[in-house]
Write a protein that binds this ligand. Structure first.
Ligand code: HEM
Length: 85
C-alpha cells in the first residue's frame, strides 16, 4: 500500500500493520470493530465522505474491487481481529 505504508502516513494513517490501522489517522479511529457501516475505512472505500471531508480512496490511480471491499467489511463486522493471532 504505497499511500499508507510504514513511511508514508497520508492523512496520519498507516495501514502497514494492525496496530497502525487500529490507531487511526488525523480524524481519529478509522475501524470500529463490529461496525463497518460507521468505520471510516469502509466509508472512504465506497465514496467520498463529507464529515470529516475525505475523498474516495484510493486517491489517484488504483481501485479496490467490490469483492475486496466486502472482505474488509466482513473482517470489521467479525470484530476486526488481528490477523496475526
Ligand atoms: C493510491 C492510494 C492512496 C492514496 C494516495 C491515499 C491518500 C490519502 C490522503 C492524501 C489522505 C488524507 C485525505 C484528507 O485528509 O483530505 C488519505 C486519508 C485516508 N485514506 Fe487514503 N490513500 C490511498 C489509499 C487508501 C486505501 C486503499 C484506503 C483504505 C483501505 C485508504 C483509507 C484512508 C482513510 C481511512 C483516510 C482518512 C484518515 C483520517 O483522516 O483519519 N486510503 N488517504
Amino acid at each position: 500500500m504505497p499511500c499508507h505504508n510504514a513511511l508514508k502516513h497520508r492523512g496520519g494513517l498507516t495501514l502497514a500493520n494492525y496496530a497502525g490501522a487500529m490507531k487511526g489517522g488525523d480524524d481519529g479511529v478509522v475501524i470500529k470493530a463490529g461496525d463497518p457501516d460507521n468505520s471510516l475505512l469502509i466509508k472512504v472505500l465506497n465514496g467520498p465522505v463529507d464529515s470529516p471531508k475525505i475523498p474516495k480512496m484510493p486517491m489517484g490511480d488504483g481501485t479496490v474491487s467490490p469483492a475486496d471491499i466486502q472482505k474488509i467489511s466482513d473482517w470489521v463486522k467479525a470484530g476486526a481481529k488481528d490477523p496475526d493471532y
